[in-house]
Each structure stands twice: as structure tokens, then as C-alpha cells.
Design a protein around this ligand. Structure first.
Ligand code: FMN
Length: 199
């Protein structure tokens, strides 16, 4: 499927039909997510994947009781990672393992460390969150390209999710992305005209 078709045919699915997406396809999707861009390439996101029916049932009340949670195949929970010390250390090691010259590694990790140090905890969290949305974008369009459906969902209680799933403190759930096969139909695309958004 061409990218433009994915964009136009993707929609926020309200109900899935309960079928399971083959694991290989889910892994392909997670690869598309993994390659999303991020500032200084720090990749400040983690994705929790839930398939267990009982766990989904437990999460549904913490998700405005939305049906996508229990009808989806896999529930992806996009978490913003604000542990910049670890992320930068890990990035440096990875660049070195990929034969990036030491001066470049030092420059990139130094800039990232300086940037992170110049922000409050809240600003760091917001920075991670903004980038996690880019990874989510890959998941939404990527799902369509791989032949299944998705829904971006912000209507949930992140604290309850963290508690129920014992998510570590440096990770904040920011968006849900249930994926599966739609049991509903795409409605009309309601969008402001280009002339109103381009100035
Ligand atoms: C940040 C954000 C939060 C959203 N939260 C929900 C949600 O909790 N439940 C839901 O059904 N759709 C949710 N949506 C989907 C939007 O309602 C939907 O993308 C929008 O109405 C445009 O429709 P379309 O995606 O079908 O083109 C959310 C979308 C975004 C970007």
C-alpha cells in the first residue's frame, strides 16, 4: 500500500473484531516504531505490549471503559522515557558499536547531556512525550500499511496504568495504541481545508 493510501485509509477504530494479528506482523510494526526519528536520536520511548485478556479487562475501566481495549488484538502502551542518563549512555555505546568515530560520539552525547541538564524534570518529561508521539505516528500509519487497524487513545488514566502494570517510575504512559482488525467502518474524514492550516 502506498503511503498516501495508508494516511487516507487509517482511522481511529472504535471496535475491533477480536482476531489476533500474527506475531510476525506485530514485530514488523514494532520495527517501524523503532525507526521513528527523535531529537539527537535519544529515542526516549518504551512500548509495553499487552495481549492477555484478563489484563485488558482490568485496564478497560482505567480507559474510560472504551471498547477498543478489550476487543483489540494487541494493546500497545506508548511510554515516554525520561531517564536521560541511561538513554544517553546507551546511545553512546550503540554509536561506538556501530563504528561511529569517538569525536562524533562525544559530540552527540555531550550535546544531548547538556540539553537534558538544561531542562527541569517537567520539561524533560514533555520533551520525551513529544517524541513518543512521533513513534506513535509510525505505529498508526504502519498498522494500516501492514493490513490492520489502530486507534490513538489518550482517554485513559496513566497513573492507574502505571500501578496496574507496575511500570517503572521513569516511564510515563502517554498514549495507547490498540491494534487489530476493525469491526467498524471508516466514517467521513473531517479536516480543515489546507487553506486554513497553511499560512
Ligand atoms: C491525542 C489523541 C487522543 C485521542 N484519544 C482517543 C480516545 O481516547 N478514544 C478514541 O476513540 N479516539 C481517540 N483519539 C482519536 C481521535 O478522536 C481521531 O484521531 C480524530 O477524531 C480524527 O479521526 P480519524 O483518526 O478517524 O481520522 C485520539 C487522538 C489523539 C491524537
Amino acid at each position: 500500500m502506498q503511503f498516501a493510501e495508508c494516511v487516507m485509509q487509517r482511522y481511529a477504530t472504535k471496535k475491533f473484531d477480536g482476531r489476533t494479528i500474527p506475531e510476525a506482523k506485530v514485530n514488523e510494526l514494532l520495527e517501524l516504531v523503532r525507526f521513528a526519528p527523535s531529537a539527537l536520536n535519544v529515542q526516549p520511548w518504551k512500548i509495553k505490549v499487552i495481549t492477555d485478556k484478563k489484563v485488558k479487562e482490568t485496564l478497560r475501566p482505567a480507559s474510560n471503559n472504551q471498547e477498543q481495549i478489550t476487543t483489540c488484538s494487541h494493546l500497545l502502551i506508548f511510554c515516554a522515557d525520561s531517564d536521560y542518563d541511561s538513554l544517553i549512555k546507551r546511545l553512546g555505546a550503540l554509536m561506538t558499536a556501530n563504528h561511529i568515530p569517538k569525536d562524533v560520539v562525544d559530540k552527540v552525547t555531550g550535546m544531548a547531556a547538556q540539553f537534558a541538564a538544561g531542562m527541569s524534570k517537567e520539561q524533560q518529561a514533555a520533551w520525551s512525550q513529544a517524541q513518543t508521539y512521533l513513534a506513535l505516528g509510525n505505529a498508526l500509519n504502519g498498522a494500516k500499511s501492514l493490513g490492520f487497524d489502530s486507534c490513538p487513545m489518550g482517554g485513559f488514566d496513566p497513573k492507574a496504568y502505571s500501578r496496574i502494570l507496575k511500570i517503572p517510575a521513569h516511564l510515563t504512559p502517554v498514549m495507547l495504541c490498540p491494534i487489530g482488525y476493525a469491526a467498524d467502518k471508516q466514517g467521513p474524514k473531517i479536516r480543515f481545508p489546507g487553506s486554513e492550516i497553511v499560512f
